[in-house]
Design a protein around this ligand. Structure first.
Ligand code: PLP
Length: 344
């Protein structure tokens, strides 16, 4: 078996920070996008996967053939599916109907076994059904290892040591606020732990989606994969780990994604659209924290071409009119993203 630690160490990659100008309601501001798409499998979860596997291995070393099972909306799955074969372990991914088909295909291409849960959990998503399935699998197979991204502090810890410091280094004293989309809350908990220790002047904003219970809120229909949760995050406590929580309308977030793609060709995932939408509302209300705001863009949008970016999908969901109206509304407010500046 290859030595696990060097494999995991090599899997970490620094991601760029892209500066854009955004015009909205008569004012133009600069914002930063931390492009996690540039990680090895295209999302912020590349980091979480390294932290979680390292913690499991430290607890009890992996042996060849070890089966690792995890509930995932897709991105953590892709990251685990890349890493586990290189340490001769097997990955069993428990996903759900909202997981994009492209992601499911990529998981199987990478040798993962995929179980698709189709039973809604009664809280606007599938998380509780996925976790029930993971529990059954582990009970039937005592040798299976479960990283448990929802409660394992190795996830926030790796973001405290990598994502947070990268953002503060890439922005310097200009940094005013960081907007982080939440699901398990691991990314935000880690980023804010870094900020609280080294830059207590910087605001940490929790970006959730309407219908999610990740940070308060009430359960309801949710369209965007990756963001939101059917239960409260185990990692996030106000005011310890964030300054404010914002619940974004998913239709508006999809509209922001489409406008960003049209204006500057930056194609982001829906949770990034939520973060940018939350920032726009703050700018509108003059809640600017004075300096440069950064949105954590947790993944790219290519895997959502057949969903969030597709009018056929929107028609199937019965929301094509709502998305068009949201795009028109934002355009009528003068929303326009302008040229890309240098990446740091
Ligand atoms: C696209 C996307 N955005 C945001 C998140 C939220 O990350 P976390 O679970 O660390 O809160 C995830 C997590 O899977 C994600 O895939």
């Amino acid at each position: 078996m290859p030595r696990v630690e060097p494999v995991l160490e090599r899997a970490l990659r620094r991601t760029p920070l892209l500066h854009l100008d955004v015009a909205h309601r008569g004012r133009t501001r600069r914002l930063g996008l931390k492009l996690e798409e540039r990680g090895p499998t295209g999302s912020v979860k590349d980091r979480s996967a390294v932290g979680l596997l390292r913690a499991l291995h430290d607890e009890r070393p992996f042996i060849p053939g070890t089966v690792v099972v995890e509930s995932t909306s897709g991105n953590l799955g892709l990251a685990l599916a890349r890493l586990l074969p290189s340490i001769e372990c097997v990955f069993l991914a428990v996903v759900d109907l909202k997981t994009p088909h492209a992601t499911r295909r990529e998981l199987t291409d990478r040798g993962a076994r995929v179980i698709v849960v189709d039973e809604p959990d009664g809280q606007g998503g599938y998380l509780l059904s996925r976790l029930r399935r993971v529990g059954e699998l582990c009970a039937q197979n005592p040798g299976y290892r479960w990283p448990n991204q929802y409660e394992n502090w190795a996830s926030p810890d790796i973001h405290r040591r990598t994502t947070g410091p990268e953002i503060t280094e890439q922005t310097g004293p200009d940094l005013g606020a960081v907007y982080v989309p939440v699901s398990t809350g691991g990314t935000l908990a880690g980023v804010s732990a870094h900020l609280r220790e080294h830059r207590p002047d910087v605001a940490a904003v929790a970006v959730d989606v309407r219908g999610s219970l990740a940070v308060a809120g009430s359960a309801g229909r949710r369209l965007i994969p990756g963001i939101g949760s059917s239960r409260p995050s185990a990692f996030l406590q106000w005011p310890h780990s964030y300054d404010r929580a914002v619940h974004v309308d998913d239709i508006e977030a999809i509209a922001v994604c489409r406008i960003l793609a049209e204006d500057v060709g930056v194609v982001l995932g829906g949770s990034s659209g939520c973060a940018v939408r939350a920032l726009l509302t703050d700018l509108e209300n003059d809640r600017t924290y004075g300096r440069l705001p950064v949105c954590l863009a947790a993944d790219g949008g290519r895997k959502y071409r057949d969903t969030l970016y597709s009018d056929d999908w929107a028609t199937e969901q019965g929301i094509v009119g709502e998305i068009t109206a949201a795009v028109n509304q934002l355009r009528s407010e003068g929303l326009f993203f302008d040229r890309k500046h240098q990446e740091h």
